[in-house]
Design a binder for this molecule. Sequence first.
Ligand code: SF4
Length: 274
Amino acid sequence: MRLRSVIESELNRLITFELEDGHLIEAVHYRGDTLCISIQVGCHVRCTFCASGRRGLIRNLSYGEIIGQYEIARALLPVRRIAVAGIGEPLANWENVKRAFEFFRTQGLRVSFYTSGFPLGNLSELLDLPHNGVSISVHSLDPEKRREIMPLGGNVLHLVEFLRLKLPKLTRKRRKKVSLAYLLLKGVNDSEEDLRRLGLLALELGVGITLLYYNKVGDFEPVPEEDYERAFRLLRSMGVRVTLSTRFRKDKLGGCGTLTVDRASDIYREEVKV
Ligand code: SF4
C-alpha cells in the first residue's frame, strides 16, 4: 500500500491510501494526536447515514493493511491514539483487528473502538481486551427503526440482552470505558420517549452515552443544535454520563460517517464528489 493524498481542513487531515489491488481507503488524523483507521474496504452493515457502506463490503483489510495506515501516517504526523472507527465493522474482520490491537499496544498507543456490536461472540472478546474505550452503536432501541438506520446491523434486542449478561461481569472501571453511541436523527429517534428509554438502559447497564452529531450523508436530517442540547440535558437530568460529538467529529472533512472507498479513483469519480 502507499500514501495517495493528504487533504487538510482547519481541524482534520483526511489521508487516502492506495492498496495493492487499486482500492483507495481513508484514515483521519484529528485532535493533533489521534489516527482514525479503516478496517475493511466498504462495510456490510450499510448504515443509511454513512458513506462508508454505500457499496456494501468489498473485502477485509489484511493485518498489514490495518497497521500500514499507522506506519505511513506516523512518518508524517504525531500519533498517540488509534480510533478503530473508520471504514468497516471491526468485529467482522476480528482476527486481523485483534492482531493489530496487540501490535498497537506494543507501540504504547491508546486504542478505542466503534462497533455495531455483531457478531456478539467477538464483541464479548473485544470487551475483555485492555482497550481505551468501546462505543457500541445503538441509534435506536426499537428494532424496526434500528433496521431502518442500520439495515444489516443485527437485532438490537439481542444486543441489549447480551449487554445485560456481559457488562455485570466487567469491573466497574472497565465498564466505565464502554458507552452506547447514539446518532440523533431528526424525527427518527429523537423523541423524549426514545431518549428516556435509552437513558434508562444506560443507567441499568452502568455505562455512558455518546451522543453523535449527524454529518448529513444520506436522506436523514440532523437535529437542530438546540435539540441536540435538549437531548443532552434530558439524559444528564436522568443521571446518565453523556459525551457529545467533538467538533472534530462534526467536521465535513473526515467527520463521522463521511469516509468512503475509492473516493478519488477514475472508476467512481462521477459518482462520488471529492
Ligand atoms: S457506520 Fe460503521 S458499521 Fe455503519 S456502514 Fe458506516 S462503517 Fe459500517
